[in-house]
Design a protein around this ligand. Sequence first.
Ligand code: MG
Length: 262
Amino acid sequence: MRIARFSIDGNVAFGAVEGDSAPGEEGGLVLDIIKGIPYGDFELSGTKVPLSKVRLLPPVLPNKVVAIGRNYAEHAAELGNEVPDAPVAFFKPTTSVIGSGDAIEYPSFSNELHHEAELAVVIGRMCREVPRERVKDVVLGYTCANDVTARDVQRRENQWARAKGFDTACPLGPWVETSLDPSDVTIQCTVNGEQRQLGRTSDMVRSVEDLVVHITEAMTLLPGDVILTGTPAGVGPLNVGDEVAVTIEGIGTLTNKVIKRG
Ligand code: MG
C-alpha cells in the first residue's frame, strides 16, 4: 500500500494511493482517505479524492531523521573517503523536512549544493534494541529522500549540522510504500531530466536491518521516524532553477525545485 499525507481545503489527512501511473506522473491516481493515522491498525474511509486535487505533504512528521553517511563504497570513494568501520550516523532536524513539490531553498552560506538520492526507512512503531529478525515488524515502509548537502560547508565544518540540516535540506516523498522489499531496487537521481545517480540498494555496505539494529542500540525510534540509508555514487551540484528528482523502483518519484532563499 502507498500511504500519502496531504492537504485539501485546509485539512490535513493521510490517504491510500490507488491506481497506476508512470513515475512522476500523478494523473489518474486517487486517494482513499484514511481514518486517523496510519500506524497500527487503521481503516480506509471509502471517501476518495483525485491526487491532482490535493497538495502532497511530507508523508510523515518525524520526531527525528537519522541519516547514515558513506554507505555505498563508490560514493565514499568519489569524495575521497574510506568506507568507515562503523556506520557514520548524523541527524537532520525536523525543520529540514519538506514534501514532494516543495522548494529546496539554496542556503546563503553555501556555494556548492549537492543532491544525494537515498532510500528512506519509515518506522511504524516505538522500538529500541531491535533484534535483526524483528526489524521488519518495526518498519512501516519506505519512501524516497534527498539528503541535500552544502558540500563546501560539510568540508569546512567538523559537524554536519549546518551543511545537512538547513531548512528544506530533507525532501521526503511522494508517499510511503508499505510492501517494498528494499534489498535490491534501483535508486536514481535526475537533474532537469538528466541522469546523475543510478545505483542499487544491494550495493549498500550496511543493509536496512544492519542500520535499524545499529541505531536502536543507542536510541528509541518513534512512529514516523525516518532513517536515510546513504547515497550511491554520482552526487553533484544543484543550482537555483534546477528540478531534482529521486526515483526508487517500487516507490515512485520525489521531485523538488531549487529556489533562492527569499
Ligand atoms: Mg547522505
